[in-house]
Design a protein around this ligand. Structure first.
Ligand SMILES: Nc1ncnc2c1ncn2[C@@H]1O[C@H](COP(=O)(O)OP(=O)(O)OP(=O)(O)O)[C@@H](O)[C@H]1O
Ligand SMILES: [Mg+2]
Length: 385
């Protein structure tokens, strides 16, 4: 179980005070937080519930939260200082933006289709959504969104291309906006990881509510790199109904955990096809999404039916999620709703421990002149919201 801000195991951080298990398999866990009113409290609570609840033999989980004592705060500070010395690259992605990587172990399950349609569904609710196409050489986001153009630079940083959707807006960055022949040659020499790092670091993302990252297939370097560069990234795993796909997807969830990324949920794509007469067919089998979600101990966020309009919308650059009232748009809207309300709600971070990390970073860089990184003297308690 990873602390959403510090990107480290809450047990290693000394945040778990007591764990008791009774004969009936009911588990009680007490977790100490940096501040009592931490907005991440609900998230930490529900993460512990889902992870512990998924263990064999556990019949119920209750999570109590307390506030850290001096010893525990020291351990957390030590970890924060470590992170501050080996800082993740600076990005201008706002602290409050929720970062969601759409991943799968296998190619072709619909990661890119899910990414763009979920982005559209969120934007239709008036949100500002960044879309980062991390599939550097297999990019497909520009085509799926019907966007073309060249990225411009401002103050030596790339400016994402924008597309307005209702009251919301998409800010999109893809190799497809850079890959004219000359720049492609220039880029080819770079390690993929570096390319993604540049997409995070050297970009004017501006105010974002969400940043969705369309991951390349597999469980490679980019996944691990992301864990280091943006430790607060949460992973949503896309899978298809068959059990075989579920196994591969489980590997990718496992990778995400080893890289200390939080797996937030599962989306099943290419689920039952319903023909115009209203009959449903489980063309690829069924139940893979639910089984994977249970195995990983996270919620099944939604199921998207198999339908030719997904592919047609992608080819035309008009994602199905744009067609208000269509069953496919409804499916994506339901997923957007789940994301906003439970999976990754936008939280007000004022007064949370995220401020702690910022203060430590500031103190370390201020103290670096005399080579004596100092612990910030500011109290850990929140400043008034
Ligand atoms: N629900 C769906 N119904 C019908 N076709 C779909 C659906 N979802 C995706 N597709 C189609 O399946 C193909 C693969 O989808 P997509 O490119 O989104 O997958 P991907 O996981 O991003 O693939 P890659 O691993 O190559 O990046 C595309 O042709 C797409 O139009
Ligand atoms: Mg793709």
């Amino acid at each position: 179980m990873v602390d959403p801000e510090l990107g480290a195991d809450i047990v290693e951080l000394g945040m778990v005070n007591t764990v008791t298990v009774d004969d009936a398999g009911r588990v009680e866990v007490e977790v100490a937080l940096t501040v009592a009113g931490c907005p991440l409290r609900a998230q930490i609570q529900s993460d512990v519930e889902t992870h512990v609840g998924a263990l064999t033999g556990v019949t119920g989980v209750s999570v109590r939260t307390g506030v850290m004592d001096a010893e525990q705060k020291k351990a957390v500070m030590a970890r924060a200082r470590l992170l501050a010395r080996d800082p993740a690259p600076a990005t201008d992605i706002p602290d409050t933006a929720r970062v969601i990587a759409i991943a799968s172990g296998k190619g072709g399950v619909g990661k890119s289709s899910v990414t763009v349609n979920l982005a559209v569904a969120l934007a239709r609710r008036g949100l500002t959504v960044g879309v980062l196409d991390a599939d550097i050489w297999g990019f497909s986001v520009p085509r799926l969104l019907g966007m073309q153009g060249e990225v411009e630079a401002r103050d030596k940083k790339m400016v994402p291309l924008e597309r307005k959707i209702g009251d919301g807006v998409l800010r999109v960055l893809s190799m497809g906006f850079l890959a004219d022949e000359d720049s492609a040659i220039m880029w080819r020499g770079l390690i993929l990881n570096r390319a993604v790092q540049q997409f995070l670091e050297d970009v004017h993302w501006g105010d974002l509510d969400y940043l969705l990252i369309d991951m390349p297939p597999g469980t490679g370097d980019i996944q691990m790199g992301l864990a280091r560069m943006l430790p607060r990234t949460e992973v949503v795993v896309v899978t298809t109904p068959p059990v075989a796909a579920q196994k591969v997807a489980a590997r990718s969830a496992d990778m995400a955990r080893k890289g200390y990324l939080r797996v937030a949920g599962v989306i099943e794509n290419m689920s039952d096809f319903t023909c115009e007469h209203g009959t449903s067919y489980s063309l690829f089998g069924s139940g893979g999404g639910a089984r994977l979600a249970a195995e990983v101990g996270v919620p099944l966020i939604g199921r998207i039916p198999l339908h030719p309009s997904v592919a047609a919308g992608g080819d035309a650059g008009t994602p199905v999620a744009l067609e208000a009232g269509s069953p496919l748009a409804d499916a994506f809207d339901a997923i957007a709703e789940a994301v906003i309300t439970t999976i990754a709600p936008v939280v007000a971070m004022d007064g949370c421990s995220v401020r702690l990390l910022e203060r430590v970073e500031a103190a370390v860089s201020a103290g670096s002149d005399d080579d004596r990184p100092s612990v910030p003297q500011a109290p850990l308690e929140p400043t008034a919201p």
